[in-house]
Design a protein around this ligand. Structure first.
Ligand code: SF4
Length: 83
């Protein structure tokens, strides 16, 4: 499993890094980043807790299918805004 942080949505609260420091850290800009590429079974539970605990939903699964879904949703949002 891979996770990534959408820094456009992250507010830098630090909750993810507190819950799961093996996977998340806060960068120089004060926003969360993932510090491992692949999340193994040992880290998975804490990583998912951090994902669910994120107040802005900034942590998302990083795979091509999810990325395409996100883009579709973003495109739909744009259309809603334009309408
Ligand atoms: S919990 Fe969410 S909003 Fe807070 S630092 Fe982590 S990714 Fe950003």
């Amino acid at each position: 499993m891979k996770l990534k942080v959408n820094q456009d949505v992250c507010i830098g609260c630090g909750a993810c890094a507190a819950i799961c420091p093996e996977v998340f850290d806060i960068d120089d800009a004060g926003l969360a980043v993932t510090i491992v590429d692949e999340i193994d079974e040992k880290m998975k539970e804490d990583a998912l807790d951090a994902m669910e605990g994120c107040p802005t939903g900034a942590i998302v699964e990083d795979n091509e299918e999810a990325a395409e879904d996100d883009m579709d949703l973003a495109a739909e949002d744009d259309m809603d805004l334009a309408a």
